[in-house]
Design a protein around this ligand. Structure first.
Ligand code: 0A1
Ligand code: ZN
Length: 850
């Protein structure tokens, strides 16, 4: 059958589904090549004369009946329609049997197999690959599921009703949309625990993994318990079933999935031991376990009316997991890390052809909208709302949200209304944040006259694809003022910028203050605040807000590096002294010091130069940044060896934020030493490393100093059996390769038999690592672009979702010189004309080609 032409779906076309589903009853007879799925569903008509539409893709229909009468119907490639005239006038029972082939499912959407086990991924529209169904989030029903198969462990959503050899019956009483359905079957082992909710429900907790991996699950289990406690304490949300299962799978397109009572995770976000996981892995595992758990309320109990409302669950749940990590670790460090990610991924997206509003108005393939804009900018919008209504207003609004909307499928309008009703604020203008794409620029002018300090703030939102004109946003700008001796003379105040330009006056000051602007990064904007190096160094030394303190150092570093790139100057003395002060300041948290000493990234600098009207040259950026690091290392050379030695840890491994922070600082120091000592300290670090954090850090340094061959071989022979560890081995060689060697290194690694490119983690570790090596990917001969495009063409027919996601490597094309732009366009055009290109990837190439 011919595929229907891809259609654009519009938010404005939303219509409610004209039937209610009372209960869904499913039976799975599992077999790798021919699984049978039987469904029995009671439909209750809500509108007279409505046809019955059921989505379905790639299903072999065996039989279908309504109220026991067999139907002769032939579905098209997207589903089946039964005209109203052929339906009973009242409620009726739909019964169908279909056949699917999980073993042949390489797209990892619907029911598929990973390492011999069955698993599912139904968000966003994967359930239609399992059976005929109204696969849309506003259709909610309780699910009763029987799983039959010759596997020792058979799981689905909800509570276990009964089980026997080769079968298990599950019932999930909480009405849910089909995207939250899950099934897992396999030879699995559980690492188990218990949790008693504050109202006394005893919950069995299980982390299910492949035999042999049980010893690497305790961090995930403890993270789950902390998340359950935190959601009770901070949001008053309790868990609502008797069992909570998490399953780790090796082949997974994304990080993890919040299926009701049965979360499915990419194994890299579950399995951790000091020998195999880095501190970053530990932190990510804790955060993603929390994220998926928090979805139980923000996503599952209250879900989205349609996929345009995706940020309703994702923005809020990211915001909640960020709060949680801040509470578990350090708010200051977490905020800086989040802003780094936001700028690297979301600002980058907003600045290019893929820019879209937090709530998009149309899409071709919804899987292409699981983006940094929906997730990370979506979370920033929640943070801004909270700043505008205050902590108590936020708590009242959230209580109202949970009580008013429990069990419903909601919209952003519902969300904003609870804030308006709970706090009395008018959020009409704020709503534009959800509708307008692009990163606003906020410019600051200072004026000091007659004891009066005036800040003039203005805003500008650039045009983005499909949105040439923009209206002013409601922007909370957190400001504090510092006196000349460094004391805080005006504490943090939220200025509400709602006009294109506005003045804010501070009276009664004895001397001209130094303003600290956008404290805690109070809004996701680019700040244009002309300050000289000395003022930035002052804020870096004195500010009370850790974010603006770090930001002052960052802005200074970027200013210095930009001059080095464009004018070939040497690093300024003010900057070198500022960095030295941070390095020596024992009163600062080591994790904060590590972040403050980190130089701006090359991709970030390319965007900054482009924003300033210049054309970035990737090689030049790379050379200037290398020179900056070398000069800094020489400037600090008297301190570095002793600091490195003093941060050595002894005793058993601890995954806490403190221990990880000390390792982060130690490895930052090592990377600086490595610029000037020809790999000497890195070799010592390799020899003494007892954690994966230290081992990978040492390996990266050795590769950068042109060594590491023996160590890489040793690493590979020790870890050849471990997929997750070997992903790191692949990635480290590409991320640390010199620009002119990156493509060659990638091509060599991609030709190895253990480059299992159908596994998304491995594909990202190799092809994704090349795309992230800025100067390597952007080699002037276009070889980086070609290699990535070749692999996307190969991956697309196997796994369109991951191919489409990785194609964002090309989203920055407009920044570069005409030759590079031509080369990138050539590759995008080559992708676009590839016969049989997926809907996913063709939407992406069309948007990037503009
Ligand atoms: N809802 C999940 C993310 C997710 C989205 C799509 C997936 O497959 C296409 C898988 C996972 C979350 O936010 O964690
Ligand atoms: Zn999520």
């Amino acid at each position: 059958m011919q595929d229907a032409a891809p259609q654009t779906i519009h938010l404005a076309d939303y219509r409610p589904y004209p039937f209610r589903l009372d209960e869904v009853d499913l039976t799975f007879r599992l077999a790798p090549g021919a699984t049978r799925v039987l469904s029995r569903i009671r439909f209750v008509p809500l509108e007279a004369g409505a046809d019955l539409w059921l989505d379905g893709e790639g299903l072999r229909l065996i039989s279908a009946r309504i109220d026991g009468t067999a139907l002769a119907i032939s579905p098209d490639s997207t589903g089946l329609r039964i005209p109203a005239t052929a339906l009973p006038s009242g409620p009726f029972l739909w019964e169908a049997e279909v056949e699917i082939a999980p073993q042949a499912n390489t797209a990892l959407e619907g029911l598929y197999m990973s390492g011999g086990m069955y698993c599912t991924q139904c968000e966003a529209e994967g359930f239609r690959k399992i059976t005929f169904y109204p696969d849309r989030p506003d259709v909610m029903a309780p699910f009763r599921v029987r799983v039959e198969g010759d596997m020792p462990v058979l799981l689905s959503n909800g509570n276990l009703l009964a089980e026997g050899p080769g079968w298990a019956d599950w019932f999930d009483p909480w009405p849910k949309p089909a995207y939250l359905f899950a099934l897992v079957a396999g030879d699995l082992r559980a690492h188990s625990g218990r949790f008693t909710t504050r109202s006394g429900r005893d919950v069995a907790l299980n982390i299910w993994v492949r035999p042999g991996d049980e010893g690497r699950c305790d961090w995930a289990l403890q993270s789950l318990i902390r998340s359950m406690e935190w959601d009770e304490q901070v949001y008053g949300r309790e868990y609502d079933l008797d069992i909570f299962n998490i399953v780790a799978v090796d082949d997974f397109n994304m990080g993890a999935m919040e299926n009701k009572g049965l979360n499915i995770f990419n194994s890299k976000l579950v399995l951790a031991s000091p020998e195999t996981a880095t501190d970053t892995d530990y932190e990510r595992i804790e955060a993603v376990i929390a994220h998926e758990y928090f979805h139980n309320w923000t996503g599952n109990r209250i879900t989205c009316r349609d996929w345009f409302q995706l940020c309703l669950k994702e923005g809020l749940t990211v915001y909640r997991d960020q709060q949680f990590t801040g509470d578990m670790r350090s708010h200051a460090v977490k905020r800086i890390e989040d802003v780094l990610v936001l700028r690297a991924r979301q600002f980058r997206e907003d600045a290019g052809p893929l820019a879209h509003p937090v709530r998009p108005e149309s899409f071709v393939e919804i899987n292409n909208f699981y983006t940094a804009t929906v997730y990370e900018k979506g979370a920033e919008l929640i943070g801004m709302l909270r700043r505008l209504v205050g902590n108590e207003g936020y708590a009242r609004a959230l209580d109202l949200y949970f009580s008013r909307h429990d069990g419903q499928a909601c919209t952003i309008e519902d969300w904003l209304k609870v804030f308006e009703d709970a706090t009395g604020r008018d959020l009409t203008q704020f709503k534009r944040w959800y509708e307008q794409a692009g990163t606003p620029r906020v410019s600051v002018r200072e004026d000091w006259r007659d004891g009066r300090f005036t800040l003039t703030l203005s805003q500008h939102l650039p045009a983005t694809p499909g949105q040439p004109e923009k209206r002013p946003l409601h922007i909370p700008v957190a400001v504090g003022l510092l006196g000349p001796n460094g004391d805080e003379v005006v504490p943090t105040t939220i200025l509400e910028l709602t006009e294109v330009e506005q003045q804010f006056v501070f009276d009664g000051l004895a001397a001209r203050p130094i303003p600290s602007i956008l404290r805690d990064f109070s809004a996701p904007v680019i700040l244009d605040h002309p300050q000289d190096d000395a003022a930035r160094a002052f804020v870096l030394a004195h500010d009370t807000d850790p974010f603006t303190r770090w930001e002052a150092g960052r802005a200074l570093s970027k200013q210095v590096l930009a001059r080095m790139i464009t004018e070939g100057t040497s690093p300024a003395a003010d900057w070198l002294d500022g960095m030295a002060r941070v390095l020596r300041d024992d009163t600062l948290d080591p994790a904060f010091r590590a972040l403050a000493l980190r130089l701006p990234g090359e991709d970030d600098m390319a965007q900054t130069l482009h924003d300033a009207g210049l054309v970035p040259d990737p090689d030049r950026i790379h050379r200037a940044r290398t020179r900056m690091a070398e000069t800094l290392a020489r400037h600090l050379s008297a301190d570095l060896p002793s600091l490195w030695a003093s941060l050595r840890q002894s005793g058993p491994f601890s995954p806490t934020a403190e221990a990880a922070g000390a390792r982060a600082l130690r490895n930052t120091v090592l990377a600086l030493l490595n610029r000037i000592d020809d790999g000497r300290h890195a070799a010592a670090a390799w020899a003494e490393a007892s954690t994966m954090t230290d081992r990978i850090a040492a390996l990266g340094c050795l590769i950068e100093s042109g060594r590491g061959t023996a160590e890489l071989a040793e690493f590979a022979s020790q870890w050849a059996h471990d997929r997750l560890v070997m992903d790191k081995w692949f990635a480290v060689q590409i991320s640390h390769a010199k620009p002119d060697l990156a493509v060659e290194t990638t091509a060599r690694l991609a030709s190895r038999p253990d480059f299992d490119w159908k596994n998304p983690n491995r594909f990202r570790a190799v092809i994704g690592a090349l795309a992230a090596n800025h100067a390597g990917f952007h080699q002037g001969d276009g070889s980086g672009y070609r290699l990535v495009a070749d692999w996307l063409i190969r991956l697309d027919p196997v796994n369109p979702q991951t191919a489409a996601r990785m194609s964002t490597a090309f989203e920055t094309l407009a920044r570069y010189d005409a030759d590079r732009q031509d080369l990138i366009r050539e590759e995008l055009a080559r992708l676009q004309v590839t016969p049989g290109l997926s809907r996913d990837l063709s939407e992406m190439t069309a948007r990037m080609l503009g």
